[in-house]
Design a protein around this ligand. Structure first.
Ligand SMILES: Nc1ncnc2c1ncn2[C@@H]1O[C@H](COP(=O)(O)OP(=O)(O)OP(=O)(O)O)[C@@H](O)[C@H]1O
Ligand SMILES: [Mg+2]
Length: 346
């Protein structure tokens, strides 16, 4: 059975304007739960502001009709509830108010190097003098603990908040710290969102300039939940320079745009390989330097080479920017971090 696209549902709902409040359902952040089973049965909970109190039947019908037009949808069940407060009076929830500039790091495809890029960029930003945190939001396969070489569990302070672990100048938090090795996390949509929000709220980040949020691959619940509960200032897409990867990262970029998150640009990872013997640049995936930015319509923030030191650093828990700070590879990360910092205005 082909899958129903969440993003397509969001796109359709973005076109529904809540009567009297003049705001789209998505922008109002009125989607409170969206479950899709494997047969294409959609169950959705919507919340509308006080202004639309008398219009819930119409909204319900509109939502139903809109979702029915999405490919592979078999049935739609809509529940509408009304918020006591009118639109315009509710400040949008921000679970991490102490962070000046939260950035989502996403990709379409898995394994393109999001976690590697997040790890090294976080350290590079801190080297540029910023206060930086890194949140591993890949609940299904947290890899940040290994990349940072962190084995200990975070402690809880007197306010019962988790204290991030400081390493290489970065405050790091990952669900992986709290899981036993090899424990699979098999949460589904709503439970996962709850866990993520709880997790965000329960961490004492302190005052940070940047919080990099390493996402799982794709365009799912975690991305959407974060966009609704954190004032995300920017998103960075990571891709390898191959047409197949670009197709996927395009979807990730369009999801960020749909969620009103400004896309800062793309980091091209495994861009090229520099031969250690002759110094020649080889463009392994693309043949020659690729116009990734043009193809995606967003700026290229940096190009990171493919290099054994990067993989080894990740496996050893000693990221390349720490292990070989003067290498060309580290310089690529430092330059990329500088561009990102420049774009943030901090
Ligand atoms: N530029 C690079 N040069 C060499 N190896 C790299 C590079 N970037 C990433 N790798 C290696 O590729 C593998 C996948 O990288 P990583 O885990 O960062 O990808 P990811 O996009 O986070 O994956 P997932 O989708 O599973 O979260 C790791 O073993 C990492 O060390
Ligand atoms: Mg990862």
């Amino acid at each position: 059975m082909a899958k129903v696209s969440r993003i397509e549902i969001y796109e359709k709902l973005d076109r529904i304007i809540i009567p009297e409040a003049n705001v789209s359902l998505v922008k109002y952040k009125g989607i409170r739960g969206l479950e899709i089973d494997k047969d294409g049965n959609v169950d959705i909970r919507i919340e509308v502001p006080k202004q639309a109190e008398g219009k819930t039947d119409k909204i319900k019908k509109d939502v139903e009709n809109a979702i029915k037009t999405v490919e592979n949808v078999k049935s739609v069940n809509v529940t509408v509830s009304v918020n006591e407060k009118p639109y315009g009076t509710v400040e949008f929830k921000n679970l991490i108010p102490q962070v000046k500039f939260p950035i989502l790091i996403g990709s379409g495809k898995g394994g393109v190097g999001k976690s590697t890029v997040s790890t090294n960029l976080a350290i590079a930003l801190s080297r540029h003098g910023y206060k930086v945190g890194l949140l591993d939001a890949d609940f299904y396969g947290p890899s940040i603990p290994m990349m940072f070489g962190i084995k200990k569990e975070p402690v809880v302070n007197e306010k019962e908040k988790l204290i991030p672990i400081e390493k290489h100048g970065v405050s790091v938090m990952s669900l992986g710290f709290l899981l036993e090795d090899d424990t699979p996390v098999i949460w589904r949509g709503p439970l996962l969102m709850k866990a993520l929000n709880q997790f965000l709220e329960d961490v004492e980040w302190g005052n940070l300039d940047f919080l990099l949020i390493d996402l799982p691959p794709g365009t799912g619940d975690i991305q959407i939940s974060l966009a609704q509960n954190v004032k995300v200032k920017g998103a960075i897409a990571v891709t390898t320079p191959q047409d197949v990867a670009l197709l996927d990262v395009k979807k990730a970029i369009s999801m960020f745009e749909k969620l009103n998150i400004p896309v800062m640009g793309v980091v091209e990872n495994m861009s090229y390989f520099v031969c250690h013997n002759c110094g020649t640049k080889h463009y392994i995936f693309s043949g020659n330097e690729m116009d990734t930015g043009d193809k995606l319509g967003v700026p290229v923030l940096g190009r990171i080479p493919i290099d054994t030191s990067i993989r080894e650093g990740g496996d050893r828990g000693l990221p390349v920017v720490v292990a070989y700070p003067d290498s060309d590879v580290s310089r690529a990360f430092m330059d990329t971090a500088k561009i990102i910092a420049g774009k943030s205005g901090l």
